[in-house]
Ligand binder design. Structure first.
Ligand code: BGC
Length: 300
């Protein structure tokens, strides 16, 4: 009997649409029996500017069906060549399933065209606890690092859609701020030390600065604190050309900024050694392996 299609409304999670325990992950642990060549430095599949399609009416079933090739919990790697970097895309998340659908619909083909070996992780926090982006990014780094030897961690807001696939999702020998030109800010950097939106760091770079602060509850500041951490450790921030690093921001209600963030930013470097990835304690409440992403919900 054909399976009944379950229609979900725009803001609903895809829980129940797929049996998450049934994912076929043979790809994940297999080593390539035949040695395949390294992928070219610049992928031949890049198309340059590709305006994101913001189709708010798209159904979960259609997004999943469209990218059926990404069967293994959001993990994909090119089949004909060995990717130059293994990339974990860490998305801090709270109840924005409408944005998530649009994001996945855009980001998977974008990353595929770049011939990356990548996986997407969505990291959520217990609903009773105030959102804390820095803490969730730290958890994403720790959890993804337990299952694969990633070369690069990309910290990515769910509402930002890259507009040009020459914006390469890779790490460099210094931390990179990627969302340089966002439409909401008229494609201009709002201030020089901004590090929020989308950024890329290697494992060594993250460990060197002890990751993000876990102290920024509510909206704002954790990225400014990270900028200070980089400076404190004499690291140089890299930015790509602003004509390539352009992003569309999905519309949403502005969250209430944390009024304590300025004081926390000011005193951040006093805590840098104790406040970060190295001492972080949390408990995993839920872990779901969906075809297009892995969802992890934690509490502290
Ligand atoms: C906040 C940052 C944020 C930036 C841009 C600043 O005031 O502290 O966290 O990334 O605004 O929205």
């Amino acid at each position: 009997m054909p399976q009944q299609k379950t229609m979900l409304s725009y803001e609903e999670s895809p829980d129940g649409v797929f049996d998450s325990s049934q994912s076929n992950c043979s790809l994940w642990n297999s080593s390539n029996p035949v040695k395949i060549p390294l992928c070219p430095i610049i992928s031949p599949f890049l198309v340059g500017v590709k305006t994101p399609v913001v189709d708010l009416s798209i159904e979960w079933e259609d997004v999943f069906a469209k990218y059926d090739v990404v069967r293994c919990n959001g993990h994909l790697k090119p089949s004909s060549c060995q990717a130059r970097q293994k990339v974990a895309l860490i998305v801090p998340f709270r109840d924005r399933y409408g944005h998530l659908k649009v994001f996945l619909n855009h980001i998977h083909p974008f990353l595929m065209r770049q011939q990356l070996d990548y996986k997407i992780y969505l990291i959520d926090l217990d609903d009773d606890i105030l959102f804390n982006k820095g803490l969730l990014l730290n958890v994403g780094f720790l959890e993804s690092g337990k299952e694969y030897d990633y070369d690069c961690y990309i910290f990515h807001d769910v509402d930002l859609l890259p507009e040009n696939d020459h914006n390469l999702y890779r790490c460099s020998d210094q931390p990179r701020h990627m969302s340089v030109a966002v439409d909401k800010f008229n494609y201009k950097l709002p201030y020089v030390s901004i590090f929020g939106g989308v950024s890329a760091m290697t494992k060594d770079q993250i460990l060197f600065v002890n990751g993000f602060s876990n102290q920024f509850s509510g909206w704002g500041g954790e990225d400014d604190d990270m900028f200070n951490r980089l400076k404190f450790h004499n690291m140089t921030l890299m930015r790509s050309m602003d004509d390539v690093s352009t992003y569309k921001m999905l519309k949403h209600k502005q969250s209430h900024p944390n009024p304590k963030r300025f004081k926390l930013i000011k005193t951040g470097m006093e805590r840098v050694k104790q406040d970060g990835v190295k001492n972080l304690q949390y408990e995993i409440l839920k872990r779901n392996e969906f075809p297009l992403y892995t969802y992890i919900k934690i509490t502290i």
